[in-house]
Design a protein around this ligand. Structure first.
Ligand SMILES: [Cu+2]
Length: 217
């Protein structure tokens, strides 16, 4: 074997070692409703089976839920248990925000200055509304895992950097009271697309009054 080939082999071995050390894959799922149409706003999360969760590390900045154009943005937020969430009002109006829980209950008025972030310290859902603007609604979903995502309008979710291994893939959607769907999943370097099909249709959301019709407070 030539010297060059030996070097090439060493580089190849190094690359294999590196990829072996990472040993992470991505979970890609497509969320469908009962009719087989792509469904948005589903929370998809992966819980390891027989392996410990990585230690919780609070994000450098709180996760933000905006009040903007008289709506909560985003409609569905998912965070790991222990994460602080800041409500930030971008509107020139006051909002009176109330969470009915059950995971985290709170209530405050918000104008230009934000209250301290709220730590979501229990797994579960929190339904958040505004008393002044009845169409405003949001969900903050707290899960005991760092591997989660929310489906977009195309129904797709992608959860990156999931260590290889066995998982329960769980799926929750705000428009059903049914418990989360659960499916077993093996994550490897190449994990096939998962199909997540709910047994309900998305509910029509209450829309805000048209710009011309909205008079403010
Ligand atoms: Cu409001």
């Amino acid at each position: 074997m030539t010297r060059l080939n030996m070097r090439a082999l060493a580089v190849l071995a190094g690359a294999l070692l590196l990829s072996g050390a990472a040993q992470a894959g991505a979970i890609v799922a497509k969320v469908l409703d009962r009719a087989g149409k792509p469904m948005s706003d589903a929370v998809i999360y992966a819980v390891p089976i027989g392996a410990p969760l990585p230690a919780f590390a609070a994000p450098a900045q709180p996760v933000q839920v905006l009040q903007e154009d008289m709506e909560f943005k985003p409609y569905v937020t998912v965070v790991r248990t222990g994460t602080p969430v800041a409500f930030v009002n971008k509107d020139p109006h006051e909002h009176h925000i109330k969470s009915f829980g059950p995971a985290k209950e709170f209530e405050f008025k918000i104008s230009t200055s934000s209250p301290p972030p709220i730590v979501f310290d229990r797994a579960g859902n929190s339904v958040v509304v505004c008393y002044l603007h009845g169409w405003m609604r949001a969900h903050i979903h707290t899960v005991d895992t760092p591997w989660f995502a929310v489906s977009g309008a195309d129904g797709l979710v992608r959860i990156a950097n999931v260590p290889n291994g066995d998982y329960e893939l769980r799926a929750w959607h705000p428009d059903t009271l049914a418990p989360p769907l659960v499916m077993k999943l093996k994550v490897s370097d190449v994990t096939p697309l998962q199909e997540v099909k709910f047994d309900h249709l998305p509910r029509k959301r209450r829309s805000k009054p048209s710009q011309s019709g909205y008079q403010g407070e």
